[in-house]
Design a protein around this ligand. Structure first.
Ligand SMILES: [Zn+2]
Length: 106
């Protein structure tokens, strides 16, 4: 694993310093942080672990057919963590191959 400090590929000014990042409470990974802009970069093997972590956390949901649209239920723990309420508007965005649900910014 590469431990050397390199130049930030985002701002091209700052130096990358190895530190620890927290994916979620109690789940830590090694991360390189830029001293100037704060951008985060990961080693390839750490990036692979992060992707596997999020894939393992993703849960299967069934699509429910309503009149002309399909709906999906959101797991209760995610609802409570994001404080979603019935009738609340959320943003549905397509990002490459993914569909992302986001709270509407206040
Ligand atoms: Zn930077």
């Amino acid at each position: 694993m590469k431990k050397t400090m390199g130049l930030c590929s985002v701002c091209e000014r700052g130096r990358l310093a190895l530190g620890t990042g927290e994916l979620e409470k109690g789940v830590f990974v090694e991360v390189f942080r830029c001293s100037e802009c704060g951008a985060k970069e990961y080693d390839l093997e750490v990036a692979k672990k992060i992707e596997a972590f999020y894939q393992a956390r993703a849960r299967k949901r069934s699509l429910i057919k309503l009149v002309r649209v399909l709906a999906v239920t959101i797991p209760a723990d995610i609802v409570s963590r994001h404080k979603f309420r019935p009738g609340e508007k959320i943003l549905v965005e397509e990002k490459n191959e993914e569909v992302v649900l986001k709270p509407v910014p206040a």
